[in-house]
Design a binder for this molecule. Structure first.
Ligand code: SF4
Length: 719
């Protein structure tokens, strides 16, 4: 049988690597890196190279949801229901809830792994048809602080740099990012750039000495939550030494005097004490950052997943503005997105506080523009519930019907006890999902099978604003349907109740027609893609935005002219003070727990957990502690310990690791109920590290502090 090749995109991380899917007949038989995709030039990491193994017919039968299922009571085994009956049931329950309790009694929790077209119709369903802004996404847990940081300083949610800037940088400042594990193909690019240019300085700031830190010329093992103090301290030194670019500040920015006054107190001695690193190293970092001819900052969840996430992002951007390290090759603040399409979700406004094409819900003119685009009277002004707020509202009985798509909050949300209460208390829960093993399926009244990688058509946007096509190589298995199609079928039924007799708002025969409406919504906006088309993506490959009508290629980097998308065209310095952690460690809970990724696993392991070879790197869960902390507590490698926070407790083996600082602990985020069981503070069964984490969140971005919880660690008594 001959092999066919389909060009598509990896469904895992925000690097957004191109893949060539090999098929024989209707089976995926192999996967290779796409040599023509600019994100990876043919490379793939361990997760990408094993993608085809997740799509064998045998695994599909074992792991996938292949038909709609209904659960008559929460304890019952789900039973098959046909698609029409399933959609009628969902329509009936949502319409009744809206009629009885109002539109804000329903909520949609979606995913950065959905395609842009899926995201678009979910957003329009909630905000355009139903009239609620209760639509949020697991990208809230991933990049909402980056969005807020860009908007506060540069005026728009637009990462100004690109991957190629790694090759032009003289100094790389990697902070709050273990790119070696979370963005492996980008990290390979960094390693090669350093090899080619041994003079390049690499600074890594992170509480953990990760594999990424091994590449550093200067490693700053900062205390958890001290990032803002570090950035203020760097600026203090830059000011003192005269390393700032006064002409750039005068011409292109506002607000520097207030920031200057704020950082006056951030002396090297004070900063060294708060951050726990030598002042000489802080001085060196400031010098390299400010005086290198091009400095690129790469950052991720260490800044974002924080109760001061917006401040961390914005105060890092301050450094680029103060030194003019932006808008030129090799320079700029560059946030890395965790998920494959967190950017696409931002573009269509698929968060509770956003609207299409980077418009703001809080802006009446933006609401009116979107209402006109959609052909509805208005878009409601009441802010929607963000991820943590949505599950809290369901736990409180305020949200009564939940629709969850392509994400697994029963494992991935912080403070699992509250999430479990929410899922139990909600009167009707729809889970639209590809994998039957996702823990959230256990709480569904209705399960709707979804297509996934290798089966879907649409687009995604990676960390460098590059839009790539996702293409189907094989047909949908069983009765699985495309996510956008399920939303459209449901929306059209709901229109029969909410706007009877009117033309449909969802007249889409295919994914491309949705994308074309999205494209039109971007006209005149910072992410304008009116010059782009699917035929152009087919002919010329992935493209960066903006790409305006009449242009032949997208913009590689932004702000080269020093003009920013603010009212006066100037960037704004953020004079935001350092704030301590939401839950500092104390004598009862003396360890700082942080969570993060393993190199070879992805999220809740529904996909990667089916591949034996991906356990070769790390085979089982463990809590990593510094050897001195283990010795002090009489623990030896492999001892079982209770790790307990104010919200719950889990039991797992302890592992000595010099990566982990003193009084710190690390547990990977991936392990679910199959591997890591525990209890909530009321004795309820919980699983995974999020039994421990806190839902405390940044007041601006609403992103929860997944990177820190205070815990105690005690040896488990064996029976
Ligand atoms: Fe996929 Fe990310 Fe690995 Fe690329 S680096 S192959 S996008 S997981």
């Amino acid at each position: 049988m001959s092999t066919s090749i389909t060009r598509s995109t990896c469904p895992y991380c925000g690097v957004g690597c191109g893949v060539l899917i090999e098929t024989e007949g209707q089976q995926i038989t192999g996967v290779r890196g796409d040599p023509d995709h600019p994100a990876n030039n043919g490379r793939l990491c361990t997760k990408g190279t094993t993608l085809h193994l997740t799509a064998t017919p045998e695994l599909t039968r074992q792991t996938r949801l292949l038909q709609p299922l209904q659960r008559l009571t929460r304890q019952a085994t789900p039973t098959p229901i046909d698609w029409d009956a399933a959609l009628d049931l969902a329509t009936d329950r949502f319409a009744n809830t809206i009629a009885t309790h109002g539109p804000d009694a329903v909520g949609f929790y979606i995913s950065g792994q959905l395609l842009t077209e899926d995201y678009y119709v979910f957003n329009k369903l909630a905000k355009g048809l139903i009239g609620t802004n209760n639509v949020d996404t697991n990208s809230r847990l991933c990049m909402s602080s980056a969005v807020a940081g860009y908007k506060a300083t540069l005026g728009a949610d637009a990462p100004p740099a690109c991957y190629d800037d790694v090759n032009h940088a003289a100094c790389l400042f990697i902070v709050g990012s273990n790119a070696a594990y979370a963005h492996p193909v980008l990290f390979r690019r960094i390693e090669e750039a350093k090899k080619k240019n041994p003079g390049m300085k690499v600074i890594v700031a992170d509480p953990r000495r990760t594999d990424t830190a091994e590449l550093a010329d200067l490693f700053l093992p900062i205390q958890p939550g001290s990032d803002v103090m570090l950035f203020h301290g760097l600026l203090h030194i830059m000011l003192w030494e005269g390393w700032i670019k006064a002409d750039y500040i005068a011409a292109h920015t506002t607000g520097f005097d207030a920031l200057k006054a704020l950082v006056r107190e951030c002396t090297p001695e004070h900063v060294a004490q708060v951050c726990g690193v030598p002042k000489e190293d802080i001085y060196t970092a400031a010098q390299w950052f400010a005086t290198s001819h091009a400095t690129l900052s790469l950052y991720c969840q260490g800044l974002n997943q924080s109760s001061s996430g917006t401040a961390k992002n914005a105060t890092l951007i301050n450094l680029h503005l103060a030194t003019g390290q932006i808008g030129k090759p090799g320079a700029g603040p560059f946030s890395l997105t965790g998920q494959p399409n967190a950017m696409g979700g931002r573009e269509v406004g698929g968060l509770a506080n956003l609207l299409s094409a980077h418009r703001d819900l809080a802006n009446p003119a933006h609401r009116a523009e979107v209402a006109a685009l959609w052909g509805v009277a208005d878009v409601p002004s009441k802010p929607g519930k963000t991820a943590v707020e949505m599950f809290q509202a369901a736990a409180d009985g305020e949200i009564k019907a939940l629709w969850i798509a392509c994400t697994n909050p029963a494992q991935s949300m912080p403070d699992q006890a509250t999430v479990r209460r929410a899922l139990e208390r909600a009167e009707f829960v729809v889970v639209q999902e590809a994998y039957a093993s996702a823990a959230t399926c256990d709480f569904a009244d209705l399960l709707l099978p979804a297509t996934t990688w290798g089966e879907k058509e649409g687009t995604v946007t990676n960390s460098e604003r590059r839009i790539s096509r996702v293409r189907a190589a094989v047909p949908a298995p069983g009765e699985a349907r495309h996510d956008w199609r399920t939303v459209v079928d449901f929306a059209q039924r709901l229109e029969g109740t909410l706007r009877p007799g009117l033309p449909t708002l969802f007249p889409y025969p295919d994914a491309e027609s949705i994308w074309l409406e999205h494209r039109e919504s971007t006209r005149g906006r910072d992410l304008d893609i009116t010059g782009l088309s699917w035929p152009m993506l087919d002919a010329q490959g992935p493209q960066q935005w903006p790409l305006r009508e009449g242009e032949t290629q997208g913009q590689v980097r932004l702000y080269a002219d020093g003009i920013f998308p603010t009212a006066d065209g100037k960037a704004r310095f953020a004079a935001l003070p350092w704030q301590p952690l939401a839950e500092p460690r104390d004598s009862r809970y003396p360890f700082s727990l942080t969570t993060g990724r393993l190199r070879d696993q992805w999220h809740g392991m529904t996909r990667t957990g089916t591949i034996g070879r991906l356990f070769g790197h790390v085979a089982e869960p463990a809590v990593q502690l510094h050897p001195q902390d283990m010795e002090r507590r009489g623990l030896t490698e492999g001892d079982l310990v209770h790790v307990t926070s104010k919200r719950g407790s889990i039991v797992l083996p302890v592992q000595a690791s010099k990566e982990t600082g003193l009084s710190q602990a690390f547990i990977a985020m991936h392990w679910g109920a199959e591997y890591l069981s525990g209890r909530g503070s009321n004795g309820e069964p919980l699983a995974g590290v999020n039994a421990l984490t806190t839902s405390a969140h940044c007041p601006t971005s609403k992103q929860p502090e997944l990177k820190h919880a205070a815990v105690k660690i005690l040896k488990a008594e064996l029976p």
